[in-house]
Design a protein around this ligand. Structure first.
Ligand code: 5GP
Ligand code: ZN
Length: 112
């Protein structure tokens, strides 16, 4: 089992955990790109958005619902961005579905 986010979801690797339930986990990114940089993952190994199905799509809905619920506790009340990178050209380094929650300061508009 070589997937770093599977290891995090099984608590085999330490993280600054901010949220956990049966399906998802939220934790601080190890190399923050903004004042606030959180990651939300599916505990189940789903590779990317390309692998979302009717069986696992409830997990994605839950991630968005939880992010909206906790955002004000992480200095994101003035707005933030949710990003998910997909595949090689999308710049996805960790091939386990995750959403970057970025904010805590005004964000630039550039896509890349
Ligand atoms: P990607 O480039 O795949 O969209 O994003 C992967 C993200 O995971 C990066 O922002 C990177 O800093 C973060 N990351 C990689 N390994 C670890 C880790 O072991 N712990 C934490 N907390 N973040 C990680
Ligand atoms: Zn995984």
């Amino acid at each position: 089992m070589d997937c770093i986010f599977c290891k995090i979801s099984k608590r085999l690797v330490e993280t600054e955990l901010i949220y956990e339930d049966t399906d998802i986990m939220g934790f601080k990114d190890i190399r923050p790109q903004a004042k606030v940089h959180l990651l939300f993952i599916s505990k189940q190994h789903i590779e990317s958005v390309e692998d979302i199905t009717s069986e696992n799509s409830h997990i994605i809905g839950k991630i968005f619902q939880v992010v909206a619920k906790i955002s004000s506790h992480y200095n994101l009340q003035r707005g933030y961005r949710i990003i998910t990178n997909i595949g090689e050209e999308g710049g996805q380094q960790v091939r386990h579905l995750h959403f970057h929650i970025i904010g805590g300061e005004p964000l630039k508009k550039e896509i890349n």
